[in-house]
Each structure stands twice: as C-alpha cells, then as structure tokens.
Design a protein. Structure first.
Length: 206
C-alpha cells in the first residue's frame, strides 16, 4: 500500500513539472524566441540615443576637418582709416599784376610849382610768417601831382592812431619831409587832369 502511494506521488510530481515547463515555453514563444534583454539595452541601464551619422557630401566623401569654413569673428574692431590730409592752402602768385590804385609814397616835392609826391607802383606779395603781406614795389620812382584840397586820411606813423583820420596836404608834406623814404602805402584816385584828389593810407612799412 505504501509503495502505491509513493508511485502515485512521483507521478503527480512529474506531471506538475511537465506543466511548468510547458508554461515557460509559451512565454518564450510569445516573445518570438528565448526571453532575454531587449536589443540595444543592458540590464539595469537606461537606453542611450544612437549618435547621428555624419552627413555625406554630394561626391560621397565625408568632409574633412580642414574643409570646414573658418567662422568670422563677430564684434571685431576695424582698423581706423587714415586721416584725410589737410586741404591745400590757397596758392599765392608772386607775379601778381601791378595794383592800379595803390602806391608807396616816399617823398613830397613842390617841383614845377605844384604839389607832388614821389611814389612807386607795386603789388601785394604773399603773406609772410606773421601773416602780413608786404607791398612790393616795381620799377623806378614816379612823380604824381596832388591837389591842394585833396581828401587825405592817415594813421600811424603820420598820426598817433591805428584808425584812419583826416589830415591836410600840409600835414602830409611836413611828415614826408621829416621822415622821407618810408614807403607808406596809400590807395588813391585821380581827377580828369591826372591829379590826386583822394589819398588814403593803408599800411606802414619801414
């Protein structure tokens, strides 16, 4: 009796084992094969993204590192431009024409019974280092008659003033006789006879 019970227990155990194996085989068939870790994953780790493949150039060649364009730096300071040269100063012609209404007066003379001035014609030259332009005489001395009632204005050294003041022909003649050959510059006008009727001092030259 005991032997029959043992045989029956062995048969039940074998049957239970067979059912377990069959269940394990169904689980494997539903997965399409033996159970195992999913492709691309490892046990206990999080799947990582696959690195993107480098792009291929139209010729089928991978671009080399030397072929990469060098980036242009942003915010780079540009070199300052060269300063413009100063504008040229107005040219000065040393051969300017003789002034038609300016003379350098040197002396007074009553020659021929008329009042007369010994003068030289000339023109204004280029300004010097101090900015003043000298009156340059041309040719020799010339005699010009002057009316006794001529309107005359003068300044230093004939009068003690830097502003033109009216004077008489007598005052002018006395100054020229006391200090001849000063070459004082005057602008002048003449009447129909060619006699000076207006005379205005412009500048003192020693």
């Amino acid at each position: 009796m005991a032997t029959r019970r043992r045989s029956r227990g062995l048969a039940l155990a074998a049957l239970a084992l067979s059912g377990t194996l069959t269940l394990a085989g169904c689980n494997g068939d539903s997965d399409g094969g033996a159970a195992g870790p999913a492709s691309g994953t490892t046990s206990g780790t999080t799947p990582t993204a696959t690195a993107a493949a480098p792009s291929v150039t139209p010729g089928g060649v991978l671009p080399s590192a030397s072929a990469k364009a060098t980036p242009t730096p942003t915010g780079a300071a540009t070199a300052p431009g060269k300063p413009k040269p100063p504008a040229p100063a107005p040219s000065c012609d040393h051969k300017m024409p003789i002034s038609p209404d300016e003379i350098a007066v040197y002396r007074y003379t009553p020659e021929g019974g008329e009042h007369g001035l010994i003068v030289k014609h000339g023109n204004w030259d280029c300004p010097g280092p101090g900015g003043a332009a000298p009156f340059v005489t041309v040719g020799g001395e010339t005699f010009i008659s002057v009316n006794e009632d001529a309107k005359i204005t003068a300044l230093s050294p004939i009068v003690a003033s830097s502003v033109s003041k009216p004077i008489t022909l007598h005052e002018l003649s006395e100054c020229l006789m006391a200090h001849p050959d000063k070459g004082l510059v005057f602008h002048y006008n003449v009447d129909h006879r060619g006699h000076i009727e207006t005379l205005g001092q412009e500048e003192y030259t020693s």
